[in-house]
Design a protein around this ligand. Sequence first.
Ligand code: 5AD
Ligand code: SF4
Length: 459
Amino acid sequence: MKVHIKSFGCQMNKLDTNLVCSALKSAGHEITDDISFADVVLLNTCSVREHAEQRVMSHLGNLKNIRQKSKPEMIVVVFGCMAQRIPDELLKHPAVDVVCGPGQIPQIPQLISMAAKTRRPAISVAEDIRSRPADVQIQNLDDFEYENDAAAPALPRQAFVRIMHGCNKFCTYCIVPYVRGPEISRPPETIIRQIKKIASGGVRQITLLGQTVNSYKYTAGDKTYNLADLLAMASEIEGIEWIRFVTGHPNNFGDEIFKAMANLPKVCRYLHIPAQSGSDKILKAMNRGYTRSEYIGLVERARSIVPDIAIAGDLIVGFSGETEKDYFETVELVEQVRYKNCFVFKYSPRPGTRADEKLADDVPDEVKKQRNIHLLEVQKQISQQDNRRFIGQTVKVMVEGTSGKAHLNKAGQDPLPQMIGRTAGDYIVVFNGESCLAGEFVNVKIEKTSALTLFGRMV
Ligand code: 5AD
Ligand code: SF4
C-alpha cells in the first residue's frame, strides 16, 4: 500500500515517525509525500499544548472529507501522545480506523493489516500509562528501535538516538508523564550497538534524546551508567564526529556532564536547559524543583567548566498566577543568562495535569500573547548583539541542505545555491555552496550576522 505520514510535535515524535516509516517500508509498503496517492494516512500527534491538538483535529476533519468524497477505502491511523491521551474520542471520530499509543508503535504495521482486512477499528494503547510496562514490551520497543532506520531523511548523515523513554518529573503544567509514561532508560549496550550500526551506515552526527537526559541511569552488573558514561562510550565510535543531547533538566546536573563536554572533542558544546520561568513563586507552582538562583548557578557552573558553551532555553509565559512582577523576573533571567536562543510558549492548560486541576488559568490570552512577543524581542536583542562576535571567525558547519529562503545572503552574484547548516553550538549558518555538500562538514568564514543566522563564505 502507499502510505503518507505526517508528524506533529517534538524531536521524540520525529524519531518515532522515522522508525515507523522504516518499519512500514520493511513490511512492503511504499512511502508517499502526496496524500492524494495514499491508501493509508498516519498522523503522529502531540498533546503538549492545546493548539497542537487542534491542528490534528482539523487535519482529521479534512481526512473525513477526503474519505467521504473520493477515497472511502483510505485507512487513517492516529498514533503518538494524543492517541494515548484520548483514545476513545479518537476511535469514535468518523475519519479514524486505528489508534496506537507511543509505547505501542511496533504494532503499527500489524494494526494496519488488520484494519485493511476486517474494515473494523483497531486500537492499542497502554491501559495504565504510569505503571512500568512488562519487560517483554520494553524489549519489543528496544528491538524496534534497533532494527529500524532512525536516520532523518531531511537531515543527511544525522540521526536521533533515544536513550530513555518517559518522564518522572511531573511539572504541574505538563502532559508528558501522562502520555509517555514513566522514565525508563535503555540499556547502554543497545544504545552503543545502535550508534555503531548507524555510524557504519554513514551517519556523522547523533543526537541522544530523552525528556530529561541527565536523569539517564542504567545498572548492569555492578556498574551504573549515566549520561557522561554514554557520551564517553559514544565518543569512541569511529565515524561519529558530533554528539549532542537534548533535553536536560536543571536539577541533578552533575559536573561530570560538563567535564565530558569540555574534554571529549566530539561532544558538542551545546546545552538545551529549559528554565520555564524566572520567578521563584511560579517555579514552585510549576513543581520545577529549583529556584531562580539555583538555575543561574547551574548556568555559571556550565560556563566555568565549558567556557564557549551555547545555552538554549524554554520559557512559559502566562502560567497560573503569573503577575507582571513575576513576568519581569523571567525577563531579568533571560537578560542575565544571555541564551543563544530560547523558545517561548504561552501557557496552555492540559486536562489531567495538576495545574489544570488545582490552579486557575487566570492570565488573559492577550496578556500571554504580549509577554510572548516581548520576551522573544528581549532575546532577539541579546542574540543580535552576541552573534556579532562571530564576524571574521571561521566556523565548522554540518551542512543540512539547501536553504528554503533563497538569497538571504546576496554574496555577490553567486551562481551556487544557498546552503544551510549548523555549528556544533547549534548556530544556523547560511552560505553559498554546491548542493552535494548536504551531510558534509565545511568551514565557513562569517561575514554578517542576524539574531537567528550567521552568514558567510566557504573557505
Ligand atoms: N503549556 C505551554 N507550554 C508547555 N510546555 C510543556 N507543557 C506546556 C504547557 N502546558 C513547554 C515547555 C517545555 C516545552 C517542550 O514545551 O517549555 O520545555
Ligand atoms: Fe514535562 Fe517537566 Fe517532564 Fe519536561 S521535565 S517532560 S516539562 S514533566
